[in-house]
Design a protein around this ligand. Structure first.
Ligand SMILES: Nc1ncnc2c1ncn2[C@@H]1O[C@H](COP(=O)(O)OP(=O)(O)OP(=O)(O)O)[C@@H](O)[C@H]1O
Ligand SMILES: [Mg+2]
Length: 184
């Protein structure tokens, strides 16, 4: 797939969607075949034409339906969203500003939600925070497992618009789903 494209992985239970996702996230190594990112093999050494895993993980983000359980309970939502970009060279003040923009974009009014902790949000609100976290690093590739199915229709549209906007900036999306309508 090319930059800015969307690829749908759709299939029946047990066909290997999660296994493929784990491979793309670099959580397991392939027993056969290769994962190629920007022409570089993900699991080879740089000397053998591979990509440094650190660089790869920086550029690939994932959001899954229950992944909000992995939110850091000690950080406010805004702190979580502003956490990663400074590790990629964005200034602290800019990261905070971007965090507020991302909150706005997923329909979490910053005045109300920026200073809350994960346990003070509902599942759907946490899901939106996860999407904001994943996108705040401006990843080149987003791996998404039914990221919007837990969300209200109006919020779904907001999130899909946000995804489209980032795709125009060159982000690719791999959508893992049972739902052909969503993939379409
Ligand atoms: N760790 C493992 N060891 C051996 N076989 C496994 C392992 N994990 C998954 N499998 C097998 O690989 C196949 C694909 O599993 P996978 O979890 O990727 O399916 P899936 O498409 O995500 O299904 P679902 O829609 O139910 O989540 C299944 O037959 C499963 O039993
Ligand atoms: Mg699965």
């Amino acid at each position: 797939m090319a930059a800015g494209e969307t690829l749908g992985i759709v299939g029946e239970s047990g066909c290997g969607k999660s296994a493929t996702s784990r491979l793309i996230m670099g959580l397991v190594r392939p027993t056969a075949g290769e994962v190629i990112f920007h022409g570089l093999a993900v699991f080879s050494d740089a000397s053998a034409g591979g990509i440094v895993l650190e660089d790869y993980f920086r550029q690939v983000q994932a959001v899954f339906q229950d992944s909000s359980a992995s939110l850091n309970p000690w950080l406010t939502i805004a702190e979580s969203i502003a956490f990663a970009p400074p590790t990629q060279g964005l200034g602290k003040a800019h990261a905070v500003k971007r965090a507020h923009e991302m909150l706005e974009a997923v329909g979490l009014e910053p005045m109300r939600f920026a200073q809350r902790y994960p346990h003070e949000l509902s599942g759907g609100l946490r899901q939106r925070a996860m999407i904001a976290i994943a996108l705040s690093c401006r990843p080149k590739l987003l791996l998404a497992g039914e990221p919007t199915t837990a969300l209200d229709a109006t919020v779904q549209i907001k999130v899909l618009l946000l995804l489209l906007q980032q795709q125009e900036l060159g982000m690719g999306v791999i959508l893992v789903t049972h739902d052909l309508g969503m993939a379409g």
